[in-house]
Each structure stands twice: as C-alpha cells, then as structure tokens.
Design a protein around this ligand. Sequence first.
Ligand SMILES: Nc1ncnc2c1ncn2[C@@H]1O[C@H](COP(=O)(O)OP(=O)(O)OP(=O)(O)O)[C@@H](O)[C@H]1O
Ligand SMILES: [Mg+2]
Length: 253
Amino acid sequence: MSTSLIETKGVSKIFGAFTAVDKVDFAIEENDAVGIIGPNGAGKTTFINILTGNFIPEEGRIFYMGKDITDVRIEKRIEMGIFRTFQLVHVFDNVSVYENLALSYYRKEENRSVPLNMFLVNFLKKKDIRRKVEEALELFHLEKKMDDIVGNLSLGNQKKLEIAMAWIADPAIFILDEPFAGISDHEIDDILVILKKLHHKKTIIIVEHKLSKLTEIVDTLCVMHEGQVIASGPCEETLNNPEVRKSYWKIED
Ligand SMILES: Nc1ncnc2c1ncn2[C@@H]1O[C@H](COP(=O)(O)OP(=O)(O)OP(=O)(O)O)[C@@H](O)[C@H]1O
Ligand SMILES: [Mg+2]
C-alpha cells in the first residue's frame, strides 16, 4: 500500500479530439513540496483541475490517503483538505483583507458557506475567528493591509491573500497555480519567505514557470510536456534528464 498523500495512476483529460493530460502518474508524500513545470499548454493547470475535482478524468484513478477519490465531487475534496489557488486570483475584491480571511476560516470551521452580508454582520468579530485571522495576517505579512479593500491591492498582495485564505482553512494539501506570475521580484521574494516557513510542514504542489524561484522551495520537480510527465525527481537531476533537455530546454545533445 502506498504512503503517498495524493497519487494519480494513468489519468487523462480529453477535450474533443485533444488529449490535454495523457496517462499521468503522479505522487506526493505528506509534507513534501513538488514543483510542476512545462511549457504553456503542457497540461499543468488541467492536471491540477483533475486533482481538485474541477475536471473528472476520462481514464485513470486518483487516490487520496490511499482512498480512491476519482468520483468525489470538488466540494467534498475541499472538505477533505485539498485546496488550490488559481492562475488568475479568486478573492472577494469588494471587501477587506481581514474579511476575506475571516470568511475563509469560518467556511472551513463551520463546514458551510453563508451569504457574505450575513457573515459580515453576524460572525466577523467572533473571538476565535479574530485570533486566527491575526495569526494569518502576521504570517503572510499582511497586517498593514488588513483594512484595505482587496480590489485595491497589488496583484502580489492579492496572490498572497489567496494563499493565506487557503492556509487559514488548514488544508492537508496546498495546490498553487503560478503564484509568481505577473508580480514583481520583490513580491515574489516576499511570498518565498512565507512558503519557506511552510516547507516540510505542509504538503505543497506548485505549478510555476519561474524555475529559479521555484527550486528554492520544492524538493522534487515534475516536468510536463504535451500532456505527459516526461521526468520527475530531485530538481537538479530532473533538469538534466535527457528528455527534459530535449523537450523543455530544447537542447539537442
Ligand atoms: N476547458 C478546455 N477545453 C478545451 N481545451 C482546453 C480546456 N482547458 C485546457 N485546454 C487545452 O488543454 C491544453 C493544456 O492547457 P493547460 O491550461 O492545462 O496548460 P498549462 O500547462 O497550464 O499552460 P500555461 O503554462 O499556459 O498555464 C491547452 O492546449 C489548452 O488549450
Ligand atoms: Mg496553466
């Protein structure tokens, strides 16, 4: 029996005549950090969508803590602790940073969602929520932004908030889709400091193009090309793999 936290065996996602994810085997152990790289259109986001339940694969199976979750719906997978952030951020941009964090915590704790207005009136100042939100604000260096309306934040701070909203719900697994895309080096370094604090304390899958930043926070790389995993393993070894040199780096040996 496998000890992987989440594992796929031969999963494929087919759009019409096009196979976006092609028989992918993948596994991550608890508290490891794995980076998924590959050119645009390689199938990285589609693969993540299979893990989270946004897409049901046409073939293959997904196992979580050894249990087959292939047919488990997205909401149930979130309840089980499989959380993701998006390539394009998903936050409530017309309320504050504090309110977004409080809402995310409340949803997880109470295991239900409430209309935003009702939440803000009834639950926002509850002591346990406040304590947890303050902890998140500190860990994610967002204290000074707590009252800012999210729509007015920089993209870097919005991405940070999205990760903080996942963290506050204490997931078993974080799946981050391009956390560094479109933000400044300074903002990337700020997020890196936070992710380093979570290293080996949380299970993290990160899809990212910025390889030099990614390898600062992952142990293992998984390289996708045309829907397939062409190599995976320790970062340096994987980047020197002959197939990766050819397909990813376009180096003809
Ligand atoms: N819902 C969909 N319907 C049809 N084709 C899709 C759909 N989603 C993705 N694709 C196609 O599947 C392929 C893989 O897309 P995907 O978004 O997974 O790539 P990616 O590796 O995340 O790329 P990027 O680095 O640009 O984000 C692309 O050719 C894309 O056009
Ligand atoms: Mg993508």
